[in-house]
Write a protein of this length. Sequence first.
Length: 277
Amino acid sequence: MRLLAVALAAVVSVGTFAGDCTPPPNEVCDGATIFTGAELPYEVTAPLGCFNDMVDRPYFDVFYRFDCTRTGTYLVHMCGSSGDAYLRVYGDGCGWGDGFELAVADDECPGSPPNADPLLLVNLEAGQRYWFELGTFRPDPPWAPPLNSPYFFRVAFEEDPPGAAGRLDVDAGPEQQLQIAKDDPELVLSWGDSCIADDTDYAVYQGDLGELGVHMPISCTTNGLTELTAAVPLGNAYFLVTAHNDFVNGSYGFTTAGGQRSQGKPACYPRFAAQCP
């Protein structure tokens, strides 16, 4: 992740009021809502702040404090929020005045724009505290978000260990399932289209049947095709195909226990699986 340290001599608060709006208790750093690793995945839908509390910056924000208990990679997003949302992560303190900006996101959610919501992967360390600043951006004065505008916020630990043995997604029709044919001296893999309209490409992973759940990419793109020619593996192998939209991968399928299969190592894109319409 990018690391950007910003030093400020002073932070001046401007109370631009967004109409008839009740300020939430976590509108300022001192009132940040606290959650821990024991509560992950953490999800909340709530109203935005009411004030522009940064000079000349149209930010109507709320704050959360995360007490990290597990070192690793976290997926943080506001997909599905109202307005043009943004997200900032601070370490060592809340805001630019007390801490440093560890990461920032704006328009990374699938389908952005027009919904223009933030999504990021960030590495966090156990025993440390981190602050999340959430808000919406409006380019014209008075820079107010819609009254009682709701946001959605989710934090999840993303770096999963290898999963249990996988299974075929038997609910899908034969034309949607991954098919493998021999075309000497190679294999031809084919599959159906993604159920998500924003998905424009596919990544293909290969693993050893003796070590199910550990798979590496053999191609991070098929240029939008639902077919790929691959070399015949030396041993007993399996293949997985995931759809992506140049920002995130979709699902790798499900284990026999019903959970998501583990990601590729390395993964072509971070996983953010959407439900089919």
